[in-house]
Ligand binder design. Structure first.
Ligand code: PLP
Length: 381
């Protein structure tokens, strides 16, 4: 029997990150100075030339509907960007969406039905679980917390978790919430299993442009992966454009067309002038190199500060998050840290990995220092 959509929704929790942010905002409204280390957005403005391109596009009248898949100039520019990453997708294999989240939602809704099995690597970004449940799918989870969040040493566990029943595997490298970048050997292991069991893979590469001394490989470039990988990316993180809502997905035409139907009958397209701003973003060389340098300095700062309290973390190689080991009851730890130290973090259990809190270092060095000091003073470190 198929499950009603309303029943599926009852299986979904509200976003833990948004719930913590809401609590933090409540405290702030009461006049409390909260150090918010829970947010998943760069604390840098969108580069000026991109803002100007958006305004110019609006002035030029780019305010009507666009083709559902997105304006051809942007899809061609995305196609070139993907080619630089070694991926071969023409504009007809690319759909522009209002954010990468929408891209993921459309793909999962299009590919997954009642009882289909989807494998996740834990800790995993909060919305994957919710999206799979909304589609009626069942989850198989592989815990990477015993291997410093690296996939390569956990490939045996992944092998044990997947089978011919597995419809979809979601890989997110660099990862939210760990900042881990998976090695080529790990991705080759994924490829071998995907080919053996005929599994479609979503490669969520939203943090690909934010890395520290490593270059993540795109899964779709591996031999045997081109016709089974859907690559997701967007402009929110790499260009500090979270509120503009611009993302995309690219993959083999049959899979893209399925998801594209959902796209055209629901959101229609991304905002017209925003797509023009995205075109400018892709044409700008290293628009946010300064931001990535700042994140790297902050990562090092936080690691050093935590070391002073005898806390070792797995060093992130990308994105702007790290998982800090805390009490087994991470939910209580995070609530207490917010109430007592006025520091907002996100419980690891929200990502499928209890015993950790996720810290976002998309905050100034002063605020990071203040946050760690408060946590230590209140006995949380
Ligand atoms: N994928 C991951 C792993 C994320 O962390 C996020 C946002 O936090 C997204 C996708 C969605 O990004 P957006 O919808 O802003 O493009």
């Amino acid at each position: 029997m198929t499950m009603e959509f309303t029943d599926r929704l009852t299986r979904v929790e509200p976003s833990a990150t948004l719930a913590i942010s809401a609590l933090a905002t409540e405290l702030e409204n009461d006049g409390v100075d909260v150090v918010d280390l829970s947010v998943g957005e760069p604390d840098f403005p969108t580069p000026e030339n991109i803002v100007e391109a958006g305004k110019d596009a609006m002035d030029a009248g780019h305010t009507g509907y666009t083709t559902s898949a997105g304006i051809i100039d942007l899809r061609e520019a995305i196609s070139e960007k993907l080619a630089d990453d070694g991926l071969d997708h023409g504009p007809e294999e690319i759909i522009v969406t209002p954010g990468a989240k929408q891209a993921l939602y459309e793909i999962i809704q299009a590919l997954i039905s009642d009882g289909d099995e989807v494998a996740l690597l834990d800790p995993a970004w909060v919305s994957y679980e919710a999206m799979v449940k909304m589609a009626g799918g069942d989850l198989t989870r592989v815990d990477l917390s015993e291997t410093d969040f690296q996939l390569e040493p956990a490939l045996d566990d992944l092998e044990a978790a997947v089978s011919d029943e597995t419809e979809l595997l979601i890989v997110n490298s660099p990862s939210n919430p760990t900042g881990a970048v998976y090695s080529d050997a790990a991705l080759e292991g994924v490829r071998d299993l995907a080919v053996e069991h005929d599994i479609t893979v979503i490669s969520d590469e939203i943090y690909k442009e934010i890395t520290y001394g490593v270059e993540p490989t795109s899964l779709g470039t591996l031999e045997g992966m081109a016709d089974r990988t859907i690559t997701v990316n967007g402009f929110s993180k790499a260009y500090s454009m979270t509120g503009w809502r611009l993302g995309y997905f690219a993959g083999p035409e049959d899979l893209i067309n399925q998801a594209g139907k959902l796209h055209s009958h629901s959101v229609s397209s991304a905002v017209n002038f925003v797509q023009h701003a995205g075109l400018e973003a892709l044409e700008t060389e290293d628009p946010v190199a300064e931001m990535v340098d700042a994140f790297e300095d902050r990562r090092d700062l936080v690691i050093n500060l935590l070391e002073e309290h005898d806390i070792d973390v797995a060093e992130p190689e990308g994105a702007f998050y790290m998982m800090v080991p805390v009490d087994d009851d991470d939910q209580a730890w995070c609530e207490g840290a917010l109430e007592d130290a006025h520091v907002a973090t996100v419980p690891g259990s929200a990502f499928g990995t209890p015993g950790y809190a996720r810290i976002s270092y998309a905050a100034s060095e002063e605020r990071l220092e203040e946050g760690i000091e408060r946590l230590a003073d209140e006995g949380y470190l």
